[in-house]
Design a protein around this ligand. Sequence first.
Ligand code: FUB
Length: 339
Amino acid sequence: MPEDNIDHIDFEELNASAISSPLVKHIYTADPSAHVFEGKIYIYPSHDVDAGEAFDDLGSHFAMEDYHVLSMDSPEGEVTDHGMALHVNDVPWAERQMWAPDAAHKDGTYYLYFPAKKADNIFQIGVATSSSPAGPFVPEPEAIEGSYSIDPAVFQDDDGKYYMYFGGIWGGQLQHYRDNQYDTAYAEPEAHEVALGPRVALLTDDMKQFAEPVKELVITDEDGNPLLAGDNSRRFFEAAWVYKHNGKYYFTYSTGDTHLICYAIGDSPYGPFKYTGVILEPVVGWTSHHSVVEFQGTWYLFYHDSSLSSGVTHLRSIKMTPLIHNEDGTIQTIVPYKQ
Ligand code: FUB
């Protein structure tokens, strides 16, 4: 339900039909990365603000400056806002646009991963640490070497290895990279060419660097052929999130301009991943971004929409709803508003 038809939306009616409510209303939040830490649900969202930036296709109006960490004792419980966990002014290498973050835990330390633009207008990904899942987080002085683009999502495999998935096209700048080299001469592939893939890298033992050159992932169709760039309702756009279910790796992501959250399944953290279906149909607002987490035996989708702000695309609110895997490993598609 993107913003081109916003004039026709009755937000009162729509909010009444929404299958879930904003988790918090005192601030705008988006891009929720949820984890179970210390027996609670911790959520690492973007903190949306209206900074007065003009709208453009590069997402300059998403001018976020800091992060707040939220937590809940249970899915029905109250949500606690732990306050500001990290501000862009405290990150030496970052200038602006603190976009979708994620977090990880290893050996008593919590790691907050976040993208931001540097003074040269190029996105990189940084890391900050804390002894508490709620922060505050202390940033490393430099961005992660070899990182680029946006939307880091860190997945811990059963063997104790941690992988960072990342990337996003258009405002996320992924179209300007080939073989990990940046050049504005590089652009989105033509419709008949293979789509750009999300990126992955194993993290070093100290969780602060990439332990290997960044690899490009492949999402295939049912016949094993890579999805094409013109396949807008299935190809990767942004918002990577990986989890494991019954021994399979689920690579989940947003299709951007077709506003879907989709999933693709593979047998390795490096893919290839076979496109399997839609997790979440379009929400109010241009962007869609999510995470999937299991808490006490039930799976949940965390997502966002712009219904609380009556459709302002950069003023979003995070929500959660149960997610159901079928016996065959497919996921039941979630329709965010009742018909
Ligand atoms: O929140 C800013 C950007 O919007 C995120 O990085 C994207 O995934 C989209 O949700």
